[in-house]
Ligand binder design. Structure first.
Ligand SMILES: *[C@@H]1O[C@H](CO)[C@@H](O)[C@H](O)[C@H]1NC(C)=O
Ligand SMILES: *[C@@H]1O[C@H](CO)[C@@H](O)[C@H](O)[C@H]1NC(C)=O
Length: 186
């Protein structure tokens, strides 16, 4: 009798064991509300100057690739530049460095001088030292005010999203000083 009872019970036991096994395996994704470590969101405005130096013996942006037709194109279509540009708190290159803009930009418009920008803004000063912002966007550099999305961040800027506004402050030859105002939720 006891044996028969066990037999009847066994499919149930198997199901139970399976259920336990499934629960114990790691989930592919978990969403909790509020998520662990939740803190109210903050809004931050950053203001700095971006120095893109192409000329001289210490350029901070270098040409790494081009297409066969790039040099004969007025807007240098196809050129790819890699940059490690200083970010300072003032327009003067000797003003205090607050971070670096590390990434690349490429001429990606057949008609106009427009760059696709892929940059990590790595901050090295104050409360944001060690934190980064990921900026990715279209930069119509001949336009007075350009806007690019901030698509993420690390450190103090985890979960960041927002936008960057860029305005050329000064242009000497191809060397540019660009004023940036960045607005983010994080
Ligand atoms: C295009 O111009 C750049 C910069 O002057 C030069 O380094 C490069 O060799 C040129 N490329 C071609 C294909 O002529
Ligand atoms: C920024 O952080 C780095 C690494 O922790 C540290 O070496 C450096 O002194 C810090 N800079 C400032 C200005 O606090």
């Amino acid at each position: 009798m006891a044996k028969r009872f066990l037999l009847l019970l066994s499919p149930f036991l198997t199901t139970l064991l399976l259920a336990v096994t499934v629960t114990e395996s790691e989930a592919y994704a978990t969403t909790t509300t509020p998520y662990q470590g939740y803190k109210p969101e903050k809004f931050t405005h950053l203001h700095f100057y971006f120095h893109d130096v192409i000329s001289g013996d210490k350029p901070t942006a270098i040409r790494v690739a081009e297409a066969p037709g790039t040099n004969s194109s007025a807007i240098k279509f196809g050129v790819i530049m890699i940059a490690d540009d200083p970010l300072t708190d003032g327009p003067d290159p000797s003003s205090k460095e607050v971070g670096r803009a590390q990434g690349m930009y490429a001429s990606t418009d057949l008609k106009d001088l427009i760059f696709t920008m892929v940059f990590n803004l790595a901050f090295t000063e104050g409360q944001f030292n060690g934190s980064t912002l990921a900026m990715y966007g279209r930069n119509a550099i001949m336009t007075k005010l350009r806007e690019m999305p901030i698509i993420g961040g690390t450190g103090a800027f985890r979960f960041a999203r927002g936008y960057a506004q860029a305005q050329t402050y000064k242009l000497v030859g191809q060397d540019a000083v660009v004023e940036y105002n960045v607005f983010i939720w994080h």
